[in-house]
Design a protein around this ligand. Structure first.
Ligand SMILES: [Zn+2]
Ligand SMILES: [Zn+2]
Length: 131
């Protein structure tokens, strides 16, 4: 069943048929994607910022293509910054370091609590000695 949705590109109401935006924006983005494709064909292993600067296509569009795996499918290696630390990565949202950081986060929180306890007792000891 079709339903009305707000276009992710221009915000107007449109009939959602699976493309995620209105016909106008969809057509425009398809044009943009062609521009990006021909750019990355000539500039192998470029960054998202280079694509944006080189084509004038919105970063949002380029990132959406990345997330959809468009470049990977065409065998191109595009790097973009890790959401955690900004290191250039070519797949996923985080670099391998940040993803393992997330896994270790619970452990690190526990460790941080231990350190706080130690600090408090040391402060008590110091203030006692200062008298
Ligand atoms: Zn639109
Ligand atoms: Zn990272």
């Amino acid at each position: 069943m079709n339903k009305l949705k707000n276009c992710s590109g221009c915000g107007r109401l449109y009939m959602e048929i699976g493309q995620g935006m209105c016909q106008d924006c969809y057509r425009k983005e398809q044009d943009d994607e062609q521009v990006v494709y021909s750019y990355v064909r000539d500039h192998d292993k470029c960054s998202v910022q280079e694509i944006v600067d080189g084509t004038g296509v919105k970063e949002r569009v380029v990132l959406r293509m990345l997330k959809a795996g468009r470049f990977i499918a065409s065998g191109l290696e595009i790097n973009y910054p890790c959401q955690g630390c900004g290191t250039p990565i070519t797949t996923g949202k985080l670099c391998s370091k940040c993803s393992s950081d997330i896994i270790n986060q619970a452990d690190r929180l526990k460790a941080a609590r231990k350190v706080q306890k130690v600090d408090r007792s040391r402060t008590m000891y110091n203030s006692y000695r200062d008298k």
